[in-house]
Structure formats: structure tokens, C-alpha cells
Design a protein around this ligand. Sequence first.
Ligand code: SAH
Length: 393
Amino acid sequence: MKVIRLHPGKDRSLLRRHPWVFASSIAKGGADSGETVRVESADGQFLAWAAFSPASQIRLRVWSFEQTERIDAAFFAARLRVALERRRALGLDLTACRLVHGESDGLPGCIVDRYADIVVLQAGSAGIERWKAVIADALQDLLPGTRLYERSDAALREREGLPAATGWLRGGGDTLVEIAENGLRLQVDVATGHKTGFYLDQRDARARFADLVRTQRLQRVLNCFSYTGGFSLAALAGGAEQVTSIDSSAPALALAAQHVARNGFDAARTTFVDADVNATLRRLRDTGAQFDAIVLDPPKFAATPQQVERAARAYKDINRLALHLLPPGGWLFTFSCSGGVSAELFQKIVAGAALDAGADAQIVARTGAGLDHPLSLHFPEGEYLKGLLLRRS
Ligand code: SAH
């Protein structure tokens, strides 16, 4: 077993059970991509078993802090079983669910989402890449009758020095499946959809939005960055009269339009705009349009810490423009999924946007990802998604 020795004092975050070690903390030692190593403090004390990522700034990701643990096929099967049990115990519908949420489930770099009978694996670290076949077998054992598709094409693969990898790992056939969410029927294409196919993390926010539309009897809804129409369908289910969806992805909008028909809603209640959100919000402002509720669920504007400042300006811009389109009493459900933008910073950005728009608003609720995206106490980076439900005064 290869040993990695840390610089003096660099054992602190591991002692607090944070699962990452940066390259700059390492004094000596090396290993192959994804190889399991023994991590020691400067004075030779055992700290953890970890996977080595030679190309990444996050050089080590911890598998276990227990010295007696063996990192083998049984270890991965056990971690996967625990992740599934955790969700079963919470009463979640496991057929449209994130089954494994990386670090927060003790499997750094491992994302597993399930859509109907397709399980999608994203191997985002050298360690998971190395154990991929073992993980695939364990998932097939734990979830009999499912097919397994790989979507390891996220940008983070590059930072790990790994090429993109997509396609069937077990089974095959059509990559388009139907899931049920909050009583609605949605189609997910695991080969061509964003991320692993769908934004499961907004399930609870979409349910909340349907409730809001219903209880407040909101009629005119604008859904910005609609993707395949999750929030649009929620608004229709809540009884909205007119729902406008904006997205720059034509295939996503095509699926959104299909979802309207599939769920039995009248297409006359919907408008789809294939365009840039920022430009469209400006145009709507110039024409004096008004909405009772607006959803702003943009993609990750800051992918790295260096991009946070520019991202802050982009978030401020769209929030300011959206506030212009709301009459007093109107609702704004606004989100950031940038890990580098904290909840506190996001609130400041939105407050700045309100000042610039000359509009005051109250925070009625704060939201985050659902229970299938657990948060580890020791890994605050896992809290990437934050939402603010605001009411304009
Ligand atoms: N709210 C969605 C998820 C949104 S993901 C849901 O509930 O499923 C972000 C979406 O923003 C993607 O569909 C992407 O195509 C779209 N997008 C990214 N940049 C855009 C832009 N500048 N203008 C319009 N849409 C954009």
C-alpha cells in the first residue's frame, strides 16, 4: 500500500472529517490514478484511506477514516447499500431519485441517479473511475431489473485528467424513459439530457411552487431557464392561466411542450420562448409586461471560485430585470446552483438587485435540494443549491 505523507498541520481538515486533501498539503508520496493510498500526518499517524488523483488539485479523496477498513468490492457494495437504505427510510420514491450524492454519501465523485428502470452513473473522480466496474456490479445487485447508463461527461472529468465516457454499462435500448414527479409525468433522456438527464434536485421546490400558485391563485407565470418545463408544469397543475417558459435549448423546450400535452393541459395556456433569458427579460420590460410569479433557475454561473465575481453580476442582472416585471404582491422564486456562491452571498446579490430595481421584497422561504441530496455535516461544499422565495412589497 502506498503512503502519502502530509505537511505538518495539514492534517487538520482530515481530523475534522472533511474528505478532501489539496495537492499543496502533500509532503511526499504518489500513486497511480485512482489508486487507494494510506494517508499519514507529518509524524506518521494514520489519518485515512483515500483515492489518489494525480491530475487534480483535489489530490486525495477519502474513502474511510477507519484504519481497520478494507477498500474492496465489499466496501463499495456496503456504501451503496447504505445510501439506498437512507433514502428508503425517508420514504422517497426511488424510481425518480438521486441514489448516491457523492461526498455526502461517503463516495466522493460518485453520482447515481435513477429514472424509472434506468440507473445513471457519473464517475467524477479518479477513484470512482478505477472502481467503476465494481460499482456497476453492485448497483445491478442492489437494483435488480434496472439498466445502467454512464454519463461521465461533466467538466470536472477534465480536472481529474479523465476523458469523457458515456454509454450503456449494463443492458441497453431506448434512453428515453418516463418518471413521475409530484403527480406529473415527465420524460427524461439519459443520453441527451442535461447532467444525468434531469434536475432532480428541484423536486421539492417545484412542489412548493405548485402549492404557491394554487393557494395564491396566481394566473400569469414566467418560468426562466425552464429546461423541460418542470416549474411550468407545476404552475399549470397549480391552476395558472398563462405560463411562459424561456430556455435557449430547443430540444428541452420541445420536451416541455410534449409534457404539457402528456399531462392533459391545454396548450393554449402555454408559450415557449427559445431565446436568451437576459435579452428576453429586457424585451418584456420594455413592453411593460407583468407577471404574478417568476421563476429564475439559471445554470451554474460560477463553476470555479475565480468566476464568482462575474457570476454575482450575472445573478444581479437577471434578478433586477425580473423584479421589474412583478407588480406589488408578485412572487419571485430565485435560485443559484453555484457552489462558490454561498447562501449569504446570494441573498446579498438579490438584495442589491432589489435596490437597483427600486423594489422591496420579503423572504418568505429559503429552499435547498431535496432529501435525496443529503448534506454531510463535514462537507459544507455539498450545499450548492439555494433558493429564495420572495414577495414583492
Ligand atoms: N428549472 C429547470 C432546470 C434549469 S437548468 C428544471 O426545473 O428542470 C438551466 C437551464 O437554463 C437549461 O435548460 C439551459 O438550457 C438554460 N440556459 C442556460 N443559459 C441560458 C440562457 N442564457 N438563456 C436561456 N436559457 C439558458
